[in-house]
Design a binder for this molecule. Structure first.
Ligand SMILES: [Zn+2]
Length: 284
């Protein structure tokens, strides 16, 4: 099977997943088996046979895009064709985030955690402007263009019947903080990272970044800003996670091209700062 047909198959598989939580529930069994913290093999740019790719040809997943006070979202954020509805309340999420959260919710239920729901997902800039202008406490709301919610990859997850500012310390908040990484999601604004994120602690705000990134960040106590900086500094790493051998590489385009692996499957995400993170894994 060539790469194009593999990609096509993956795209259609993702669409199907996003349409129904039932499918996600079935997959959960497979997904949680053997889940363990990543075993870091090396923390320097790994050598790999590579070929050049024009940045214009990159199919960007946007999974590791950094959107914060210094980095506004580019082009309005998410490709709206990738948005999918979360239940029937009008909340939309990027389909990759929705799939991860569906799995997270099934695991929460199994763990005896009360009902969780997504209060807020994707927001466009006009919705964000409205929120920002009317917010009494602006430490929890970003100005339009600077909210992760524009990416469709961020979700505010709350226990049913619990207000945002009552959530801290609840069993649901504790469980989410300890387990979300297993599903490729990170607690984005931890109290301990406030100096770096410049955002107040939000026990409800989770961001999809995928694997092995979520696992690596959790294991090493890094927020997204620190992780991107680590990748820029070190150039990449290798890790074993969930039975897969990953190679993560940081690429800064030279003359409009980056290097991509010659003999591995991979995805590419821009970091919204001019660089790209290539996530490659061994073909099975
Ligand atoms: Zn949020």
């Amino acid at each position: 099977m060539n790469r194009r047909s593999i990609r096509k198959r993956r795209r259609s598989r993702r669409r199907n997943f996003a349409r129904g939580l039932t499918v996600a529930a079935v997959c959960l069994v497979v997904f949680t088996v053997g889940m363990a913290a990543p075993r870091e093999v090396s923390a320097k740019a790994p050598d790999m046979s590579a070929r050049a790719m024009d940045t214009a040809d990159i199919k960007d997943t946007h999974h590791l895009e950094l959107v914060n006070g210094n980095n506004p979202v580019v082009g309005g954020g998410v490709d709206t064709r990738r948005l999918a509805a979360v239940g029937e309340g009008g909340v939309m999420l990027h389909e990759d985030a929705l799939l991860a959260i569906s799995r997270l919710f099934v695991a929460a239920e199994k763990a005896g955690i009360g009902s969780l729901y997504v209060l807020s997902g994707h927001r466009d800039e006009s919705k964000q402007a409205q929120l920002y202008e009317t917010a009494a406490d602006k430490s929890f709301v970003q100005p339009p263009g600077h909210s992760e919610h524009h990416t469709g990859l961020a979700a505010d997850i709350l226990p049913v019947g619990v207000g945002m500012h009552e959530m801290d310390g609840t069993p649901e908040a504790v469980w989410l903080a300890e387990n979300a990484w297993r599903y490729g999601l990170i607690l984005r604004y931890a109290e301990s990272k406030r100096d770096i994120t410049k955002i107040a602690y939000e026990p409800w705000h989770f961001r999809y970044v995928g694997q092995p990134h979520a696992a690596y960040m959790h294991e090493n106590g890094l927020c997204l800003e620190e992780y991107i900086e680590f990748l820029q500094d070190v150039g990449g790493y290798k890790a074993e996670f969930h039975g897969k051998s990953y190679t993560v590489l940081y690429e800064r385009p030279k003359n409009g091209v980056i290097k991509v692996p010659e003999s591995k499957d991979y995805t590419i995400s821009g970091n919204n700062m001019g660089g790209y993170i290539v996530t490659a894994w061994e073909r099975n």
